[in-house]
Design a protein around this ligand. Structure first.
Ligand SMILES: Cc1cc2nc3c(=O)[nH]c(=O)nc-3n(C[C@H](O)[C@H](O)[C@H](O)COP(=O)(O)OP(=O)(O)OC[C@H]3O[C@@H](n4cnc5c(N)ncnc54)[C@H](O)[C@@H]3O)c2cc1C
Length: 471
């Protein structure tokens, strides 16, 4: 009798999951997920922020419940615990006298430390098997050593495109080894873990965790709506469900792998013909791979210095969507209430925090970590460093003129008026982005007004009556 333990982390799926493809010889199997108790602790004084906010926790629980269903169908089950992941897995392994622990290798510093600690705790009879998954490419496919990752994404992309070979995703197993006798199973109900998450009323309910909802989204975006055909033109959108793929939450939790998306996009191209848009979806997934490998190389440097500064009033106003700049505030309201934000909005609010408010970029990254359903250590902290002009491809001049961006990407102000309804009383157009100029008697000046905005000044709508809302 040989017992194996599959320790799931950011790979909550049965299809294209190599952990389930490497079980030969195992007569029994226990699958475990451990929510690190630190995720539920307050992040920083005065910020009343947990590392894992309610929107992400809710999506995670949905994903775990769905995964349990998939495992039960195959004769297995899932155990979910909250605690110290390395400790919980070590104890389970000892209790079951397991001979193997299979786990996904991940670049995050904490995830790596967990494996180091587990290795020390396992006895000689038990082997730790680290496997790669979720990305387009595996380590052995990289045409350079891990510490030789190209300094820029463009160089990385050119090198990868020279010899493009993404492996075919594996099908889900039909059956799995039996659950070990007497092993604990099941997951605590979400309302016992976090009442706020269980009752989360957000618009994010539309994004539901789990493998089946992930396939539904994939199928909708490619086949039902054909939205992929115009992704390149729509991807900078702000309002609506289909201007970008929205695959990120499922990718982040591992309900979907990049290879599965790649295979489906290639199938779509066979039927509809490849175009710039289908290329661009894969191009964006390659960004994800790039940040993944950068995180492996950067280690703790990805997260900056060890301790976070205490957020000041400017940072708190940014978190609360209370800066007086509609484009920023609308996005921060969207983030807090839905757990998701378009890439265009992410870039703008990040640039505003770092470049216009002069705040420490790590406070912004930490707030995103708390709020985003699709939080992914490598993508989040990597993108924040990038916007801050640090790390990969460092460039101090990377600056978003938020006012110019707002007027270009939201010319009528529909986005800001959607999330900040008081703006709907101003006429569609620039007034909604500069309400402190358009209607100074009703809207306060923003916390900052950088010189780069001066050329975008607009005249006041003197004495103008509020207009009818447009939505
Ligand atoms: C400050 C900041 C923080 C971010 N934090 C995260 C994060 O925690 N998790 C996360 O998944 N993405 C993050 N991103 C990247 C990007 O904004 C999101 O992946 C994207 O907006 C998700 O929407 P989508 O799935 O519709 O993306 P699409 O535009 O449809 O792109 C398809 C997929 O490509 C990948 N992708 C696209 N852009 C990027 C990028 N810049 N970096 C890495 N991968 C990318 C994602 O997996 C995405 O799902 C961040 C970007 C910024 C500027």
């Amino acid at each position: 009798m040989s017992c194996a333990v599959v320790w799931l982390r950011h790979d909550l799926r049965v299809a294209d999951n190599p952990l389930f493809g490497a079980l030969d010889g195992a007569s029994s199997l226990a699958c475990v997920y451990v929510l690190d108790a630190r995720e539920l602790r307050d992040w920083a004084p005065q910020q009343v922020a947990r590392r894992c906010g309610p929107a992400r926790l809710r999506f995670l629980w949905q994903s775990l419940m769905a995964l349990r269903g998939e495992l039960l169908k195959r004769g297995s089950d899932l155990l979910v615990r909250i605690g110290d992941p390395a400790e919980v897995v070590a104890e389970l392994t000892q209790r079951l006298a397991a001979e193997r622990v299979l786990v996904r290798d991940e670049p995050g510093v904490e995830e790596r430390a967990q494996l180091d600690r587990l290795t020390q705790r396992l006895d000689d009879r038990c082997r730790l098997q680290r496997l790669e998954s979720g990305m387009l490419f595996e380590r052995t496919q990289l045409p350079f050593a891990e510490d030789g990752l190209p300094a820029t994404f463009s160089a990385f992309r050119r090198r990868m495109e020279r010899d493009w070979q993404v492996l075919t995703p594996r099908p889900a197993p039909l059956t799995l080894p039996l659950w070990p006798d007497g092993a604990p199973r099941g997951l605590p109900p979400l309302d016992q873990v976090c009442g706020v998450a269980a009752g989360w009323p957000a618009a994010s309910q539309a994004l539901e965790g789990g493998e089946a909802p992930a396939y539904q989204r994939l199928s909708h975006y490619l086949w039902d709506s054909n939205a992929i055909a115009s992704y390149k033109e729509t991807r900078n959108g702000l309002l609506g469900a289909d201007f970008s793929t929205r695959f990120s939450p499922w990718l982040a939790h591992g309900c979907l792998s990049a290879r599965q998306i790649h295979a489906e996009v290639r199938a779509w191209e066979v039927e509809h013909g490849a175009n710039e848009s289908s290329y661009w979806v894969i191009f964006e997934l390659l960004w994800r791979d790039y940040f993944h490998w950068a995180a492996w190389q950067d280690g703790p440097a990805l997260f900056g210095a060890a301790s976070l500064p205490v957020p000041d009033t400017e940072v708190l106003a940014w978190c609360e969507g209370n800066t007086g700049v509609p484009f920023v505030d609308a996005a921060m309201h969207e983030l807090a209430s839905s757990g998701w934000l378009s890439n265009r909005a992410r870039q703008n609010v990040a640039s505003f925090l770092v470049k216009d408010l002069g705040a420490d970029w790590r406070l912004g990254a930490a707030w995103f970590e708390r709020c985003l359903i699709d939080y992914d250590a490598a993508s989040n902290w990597g993108n924040w460093r990038y916007v801050a002009g640090l790390g990969r491809d460092p460039r101090q001049g990377r600056y978003f003129n938020v006012l110019k961006q707002a007027r270009y990407y939201d010319p009528q102000g529909h986005y800001v008026a959607h999330w900040l309804p008081s703006l709907a009383s101003l006429p569609p157009g620039p007034a909604r982005h500069q309400p402190w100029q358009a209607a100074p008697e009703r809207f306060a000046a923003p916390r900052v007004e950088p010189p780069a905005w001066y050329e975008w000044r607009i005249p006041a709508l003197s004495g103008a009556e509020p207009v009818e809302p447009d939505e």
